[in-house]
Design a protein around this ligand. Structure first.
Ligand code: CO
Length: 158
């Protein structure tokens, strides 16, 4: 059974570290598969659109994302193409609770990654999905949306 993982919140050095690439030999390991499932459960339970491994305390290049076709796990994701066009959109983050802000992101991206079963896949994303992928990959490089956001708002949490 997948476990609910505790989420690391800002400030923490874990959220600021550049995460390590996952070794090819580990791609289909049980440990990694379990982490994917645990992160997916955690993302769903917390109503997140995505979740990056550093947010659950692991500095490795792994993210999970909620898509229209269900959740997917992206190992060593890399953006290989970015549209010239950018657009602004409101973002929040499970690791920065109670804060929202406007971030400019590329409208369209191509992303190359290894799936949960170790298969290399290319994804084309635009709009909200492209935004989420960019936000989560930023986490792997120690970047939080508040570093880029304008008009940051604080909301009182009940
Ligand atoms: Co985030």
């Amino acid at each position: 059974m997948a476990k609910l993982l505790p989420i690391i919140t800002n400030p923490s050095p874990i959220l600021r570290k550049k995460s390590e690439k996952i070794d090819k030999k580990e791609l289909s390991s049980t440990k990694l598969q379990e982490l994917c499932l645990d992160m997916t459960k955690t993302m769903k339970e917390k109503d997140g659109l995505g979740l990056a491994a550093p947010q659950v305390g692991q500095n490795i290049r792994l993210i999970v994302i909620n898509t229209q076709d269900g959740p997917i796990c992206l190992i060593n994701p890399k953006i290989t193409k970015r549209s010239w066009a950018k657009e602004k959109g409101e973002e929040g983050c499970l690791s920065v609770p109670g804060m929202f802000g406007e971030v400019k992101r590329h409208k369209k991206i191509d992303c190359l990654y290894f799936g949960a079963k170790g298969k290399q896949t290319k994804m084309q994303a635009n709009g909200l999905l492209a935004r989420v992928v960019q936000h989560e990959i930023d986490h792997l490089d120690g970047i939080l949306f508040i570093d880029k956001a304008k008009n940051v708002k604080k909301v009182d949490l009940v």
